[in-house]
Design a protein around this ligand. Structure first.
Ligand code: NAP
Length: 249
């Protein structure tokens, strides 16, 4: 049986789990691709390449020259450029493409969610709602638009340290990597008297406790919705990817 070369566009946990699962299976050769944003990324199991491909054209060439049999787009829900490039390049190179994506969070009874499409809308909402003490649970590079709001005190929680920290009038920085428990989130929100959380709809369990805590405390959540992605088949689990590879790729 010919070994299938599977390119995994990674960046989130699911990509690592898939690479591990494929490396263990006979008949598959996983190649993980990372963007190279993190300085010392955890190395995935198996062959790995790091850095952009050079747009759609570069990825198409990579697929053809590397004789790639299938591509799994396991990038973060907000990494939409890579998703679009993958759809175009796979279409041009005639390589099957599957999207692996954790489902988005959905509001439950008792939630006070305000969906927004971008940070501009979030900034405007914070002003109209008269927010005073806000938790920004965001990426380090997404804080800047909020630093213009001088009347609000911010708790900025990021996984990596912002460099530079945007010029907030009043803010505390908390560099911390989840998952966080419900207890931890309740303590954080109560301890800082937070009235509003700003976050992205990343989905998954590791970052969901803040939403449960917000519901329990009646705190507003300004939720950035996911950007649209190209229409490609989507699955939510690594098991479903393995089924697809065995069946369709
Ligand atoms: N956006 C987030 O919030 C977020 C959160 C957690 C993890 N990540 C991960 O961090 C990476 C970069 O995110 P982003 O939002 O900057 O992506 P993006 O805006 O969709 O992609 C920008 C460019 O980065 C390169 N790139 C992205 N993912 C790549 C991958 N897996 N392998 C090789 N090149 C890749 C591509 O460059 P070329 O055009 O040169 O090919 C792409 O055009 C992604 O892998 C993503 O899964 C992102």
């Amino acid at each position: 049986m010919k070994t299938k070369k599977v390119l995994i566009l990674g960046g989130v946990t699911e990509g690592y789990i898939l690479a591990e699962a494929l490396a263990d299976q006979e008949g598959f050769h996983p190649i993980s691709s990372l963007a190279g944003r993190t300085q010392h990324p955890r190395p995935p199991v198996g062959e790995t390449r790091i850095g952009g491909f050079g747009g759609v054209e570069g990825l198409r060439a990579f697929l053809l020259e590397g004789a790639i049999d299938a591509v799994v787009d396991a990038t973060h829900p907000f990494a939409d450029t890579m998703g679009q490039h993958a759809a175009l390049a796979c279409d041009q190179a005639q390589v099957p493409l599957l999207r692996l994506e954790r489902p988005a969070w959905e509001a439950k009874p008792g939630d006070r969610w305000y969906p927004v499409a971008d940070w501009e809308q979030a900034v405007a909402l914070l002003q109209t709602q008269g927010a005073r003490r806000v938790l920004l649970a965001l990426g380090a590079r997404e804080l800047a638009p909020f630093s213009a709001l001088d009347d609000i005190w911010f708790l900025a929680r990021t996984v990596t340290r912002p460099d530079p920290m945007p010029p907030f009038a009043a803010a505390e920085l908390l560099v911390a990597r989840g998952p966080f428990s419900l207890e931890q989130e309740l303590d954080l929100l109560r301890g800082h008297a937070i009235d509003t959380i700003v976050c992205r709809n990343s989905g998954g369990e590791g970052a969901a406790a803040k939403l449960t805590a917000a519901r329990e405390l009646g705190i507003a959540v300004i939720m950035r919705e996911r950007p649209p992605r190209p229409k490609v088949p989507v699955v939510a689990s690594v098991e479903s990817v393995l089924d697809w590879l065995a069946r369709d790729a």
